[in-house]
Design a protein around this ligand. Structure first.
Ligand SMILES: Cc1ncc(C[n+]2csc(CCOP(=O)(O)OP(=O)(O)O)c2C)c(N)n1
Length: 383
């Protein structure tokens, strides 16, 4: 801290590990403790069958494995960059599985786990990060918008979409449509996000704002974004906010399902703060050892989302060694397939980048295409 800067004030949101020692857990909705104990919450309870618990476990393991493979592919020069979800699997799988088929999601660039739960081929974000296409999935058919790199912008897109859903009369019944916008703790400082909160609130839009508070915006820690817990901001905009243990897939599912159902029934927006931790780098271009200490990372390691669900499955005798081995093996096979498919992706024709700028073309883009093609042709071999 430099002289003259105000000292960060401590709020109800305690920071794990930042100043050493074992800090108290922050207040949040939790249904599964880090050691795998089921706990009750007066407002949020969901009964999961053994099969559903196994399904969530399979999701968590699979998305982590695919993510790890993508990081390795980037390290080997096969992707331009990768934004890993490591540590945030429960937040993403819990929220994704809580969505109903008709619900629409607006992701950032890190929501590979949500993408997976929407049934989209996990190869899609890899072709994007390889520079082969601009995101190959159909956002309308999959009800999962394209990735947005501009921090916070998708919250406004989602708000406009949600206002449209309401205008179309798709709100107010059990089978109504709800919208969910994903963003990070850093994004809460953006004007777009605050405008999205205001518009959603005053127009009573059927939207859930799902903030994955992974404690950092690249190297900027949470205390540089807010002096109060993020979920408490919602009160100032006039809608409810709730904080959930983002490493607890059961709690994330329960809280998100309730918020989406409230939205579809016409009860307006909710802000969910999923309290979690980015275990890896911001992206493969970042070196987190420059700005955070290893004891902090270790403290979060002990709250791993997969280990706690495995502990519960074992305790409840809902799964045995054979199941865990099979899940690992299936995830490994999927990761190998992902790798093979990335390596065999044909390079795109460079001038394709001009194809979808305007639906019906434009003289300016045509001129730029010609100029670019001449430039590429100036190299030996034409590329
Ligand atoms: C409008 C805008 N400003 C700056 C950036 C550069 N940038 C990329 S990621 C990032 C940090 C985002 O942090 P957070 O919202 O916490 O999300 P996280 O990456 O941690 O999931 C920034 C500042 C950007 N992409 N868009």
């Amino acid at each position: 801290m430099t002289k003259g800067e105000p000292a960060p004030r401590r709020s109800g949101a305690t920071r794990a590990g930042r100043s050493g020692g074992t800090p108290p857990e922050p207040e949040y909705v939790q249904l599964l403790t880090p050691s795998g104990e089921r706990v009750n919450h007066p407002e949020y309870s969901v009964d999961f069958t053994a099969e559903e618990l196994r399904g969530l476990y399979r999701d968590l393991v699979t998305v982590r494995k695919l993510d790890t493979e993508a990081t390795a592919l980037q390290r080997q020069g096969e992707l331009g960059i990768w934004a890993s979800l490591l540590g945030q699997e429960a937040a993403q799988v819990g929220a994704g599985r809580a969505m109903r088929t008709q619900d629409m999601a607006f992701p950032t660039y890190r929501e590979h786990g949500v993408l997976y739960t929407r049934g989209i081929d996990p190869i899609m974000p890899l072709s994007l990060f390889r520079g082969v296409d601009q995101g190959g999935w159909d956002p309308v058919a999959n009800k999962f918008n394209l990735y947005t790199i501009v921090i916070g912008a998708q919250t406004l897109h989602a708000t406009g979409y949600a206002m449209g859903v309401a205008k179309d009369g798709k709100v107010g019944t059990d089978d109504g449509e709800a919208v969910i916008a994903f963003f990070g703790d850093g994004a809460t400082s953006q004007g777009d996000v605050n405008e999205a909160f205001i518009w959603s609130s005053v127009f009573h839009a059927p939207i859930v704002f799902f903030c994955q508070n992974n404690q950092y915006a690249i190297s900027e820690p949470l205390e540089r974004q807010t002096r109060i817990p993020i979920y408490q901001r919602a009160a100032g905009f006039g809608f409810p906010g709730v904080r959930v243990d983002g490493n607890d897939v059961l709690a994330v599912y329960a809280v998100t399902r309730a918020a989406l159902d409230n939205a579809r029934l016409g009860q307006g927006p909710t802000l969910i703060e999923a309290y979690t931790y980015r275990m890896g780098a911001h992206t493969t271009s970042d070196d987190p050892t420059r700005y955070r200490v290893s004891s902090e990372v270790e403290a979060w390691q002990a709250k791993d989302p997969i280990a706690r669900l495995k502990a519960l499955l074992v305790k409840e005798k809902a799964a045995g060694e054979d199941f865990f081995k099979q899940v690992d093996e299936d995830a490994r096979i999927e990761a190998v397939s992902l790798r093979e498919r990335v390596l065999s992706m044909p390079d795109p024709d460079h001038s394709q980048i001009f194809d979808h700028v305007y639906a019906e073309g434009s003289p300016l883009v045509d001129a730029e295409r010609k100029q670019f093609e001449a430039y590429m042709a100036s190299f030996e071999g034409g590329h």
